[in-house]
Design a protein around this ligand. Structure first.
Ligand code: ADP
Length: 470
């Protein structure tokens, strides 16, 4: 079922319910007030009749001729006799006086009714109208005439309910016409409003169909200043992000295959050279060592790629425990100083605060190994690497500073991108696929910290890692 049909059904259900509620309320309200009017008239006629006839009856002067009775009522009450009748009935059922045009000849009250009347309480009751009458029902009030706690007689006032029934029928007929016409009008109006309101959505779906991954063109802007403008803008932003992600994924796959293809090509070449002619054992050993180096390189790349894809899928957890930064960094410097000594580089690791923070020791070790390793790798002969800490903004800053080759200004924004290497041709000798810094960034951000770089080409580079202390 499409949206249009669903909204049409729901709005019709709602509209019909509101109309029925409204119509029902109106019907009941009008009926009730007419009904009340009839009751009041019956009651006041009965009460007035009581005052006219009470005295003569209590003094035993019971008989009033029908004609006189009707004339008295006409004179005193303005009784017309058109819609009803009045009569006085003795407690034993004998009619004492009556107007003409009586609907019911014999409306006998039972013992229980007489008991109610004897208690000076009136009875109001509807009776089916006699055969052949226009109306369906007749309402009758029985009004007691009690003297000295004894029921002498009662006044029976009847009124036709034809007026009430006519009003009810008229309202029903009007509603039967008004409700369907109103619903039809609401539906026509609804369709017009719906079509106009959903026009942007039709444009949206048409434009979205035209967008393909191969040709991610810009989505049109919505020039009217309404809610759709925001939606169109959000879709444009989402498409930008989507395009960027697609490009990054494509770039990532291309870079990954390129990085893996280079060592594989070298291995292939080495094996071909080994097979071309017979060689000495030493020569074979040299070739095998070179192959092993390339394989180790590929293993590192694959491990890094695996870590990156797992971290993106949220599968790698940062498990924080209390660790002492001084112990961690001093130990690391000790290990890496061997590597630094080979290049006559001084690795200085003295100015480190003795502080404990909550962090994942294994991951932090990975970060600083990479930073110090880079500071040594991209350094000059007799250069210097300093590792030191400072307190800053409720956190600890760990600096890795070198006097190395530095990074060109235009390369600095890309330094944390995957597979980025400032100088692609030279870096193969040094090693590294350009994944280290992007992994560092992910790990530090996973600790709610940040990593930044400050570098001067040809002079040196300083990496700053900020970690929260608490
Ligand atoms: P790699 O494995 O290539 O070292 P990284 O992600 O660790 O990968 O570094 C990316 C690039 O950033 C390096 O190839 C290098 O060009 C540059 N770089 C990183 N650290 C330094 C540094 N201390 N001095 C100069 N260049 C650096």
């Amino acid at each position: 079922m499409n949206l249009r049909t669903r909204i049409a059904i729901w709005s019709n259900v709602f509209n019909i319910s509101v109309l029925l509620f409204f119509a029902g309320g109106m019907y009941l309200g009008i009926t009730h007030s007419v009904d009340e009017g009839i009751n009041n008239r019956l009651y006041s006629t009965a009460e007035a009749t009581y005052y006219i006839v009470e005295k003569p009856i209590s003094s035993g002067n019971l008989v009033i001729a029908s004609r006189d009775f009707e004339n008295i009522l006409r004179a005193f009450l303005g009784f017309s006799g058109a819609e009803g009748y009045v009569r006085i009935v003795r407690y034993d059922g004998k009619v004492i006086s009556s107007t003409q045009n009586v609907f019911f000849q014999d409306l006998k009250l039972d013992y229980e009714d007489l008991k109610v009347l004897a208690n000076n309480r009136e009875i109001l009751r509807d009776y089916p109208a006699p055969e052949g009458a226009n109306e369906k029902r007749v309402r009758v009030i029985f009004y007691p005439i009690v003297v000295d706690n004894k029921l002498l007689a009662y006044i029976e006032v009847a009124s036709s309910l034809a007026r009430l029934e006519n009003i009810q029928n008229s309202i029903l007929q009007i509603l039967l016409i008004i409700i369907p016409v109103t619903i039809a009008m609401l539906n026509i109006g609804g369709v017009i409003i719906f079509n106009r309101g959903l026009k942007p959505l039709s444009i949206l779906s048409k434009e979205l169909k035209n967008i393909s991954a191969k040709d991610p063109k810009k989505f049109p802007q919505w020039d009217k200043d309404d809610e759709f403008r925001e939606l169109f803008q959000s879709i444009n932003d989402m498409l930008d992000r989507f395009n960027k992600a697609c490009m990054q994924t494509a770039q990532f796959s291309a870079d990954a295959s390129h990085e893996l293809r280079t060592p594989l090509t070298i291995i292939k070449g080495l094996i071909e050279v080994a097979l071309r002619s017979e060689r000495t054992v030493e020569e074979y050993q040299d070739i095998l060592v070179s192959i092993l180096e390339e394989i180790e390189r590929m293993v590192r790349i694959v491990e890094d790629l695996l870590l990156i894809s797992k971290s993106e899928a949220g599968e790698v957890l940062i498990e924080k425990k209390e660790i002492n930064i001084k112990t961690l960094l001093t130990e690391l410097c000790e290990h890496l100083s061997l590597f630094a000594n080979e290049k006559n580089i001084i690795l200085n690791c003295c100015d480190i605060e003795d502080i404990t923070i909550m962090a994942d020791a294994l991951r932090l070790r990975q970060v600083f190994t990479n930073l110090i390793d880079n500071a040594i790798k991209y350094n000059k002969e007799n250069g210097k690497v300093s590792v030191y800490t400072r307190r800053e903004n409720n956190g600890l800053c760990i600096y890795v500073e070198d006097t190395g080759i530095g990074i060109k200004e235009e390369d600095i924004p890309h330094i944390f991108d995957r597979f980025f290497r400032a100088d692609k041709s030279r870096k193969r000798e040094i090693g590294g696929a350009g994944l280290g810094l992007s992994i560092c960034k992910w790990i530090i951000e996973g600790h709610n910290g940040y990593i930044s770089v400050d570098s001067h080409y040809g002079i040196g580079t300083t990496f700053k890692v900020w970690l929260p202390i608490s």
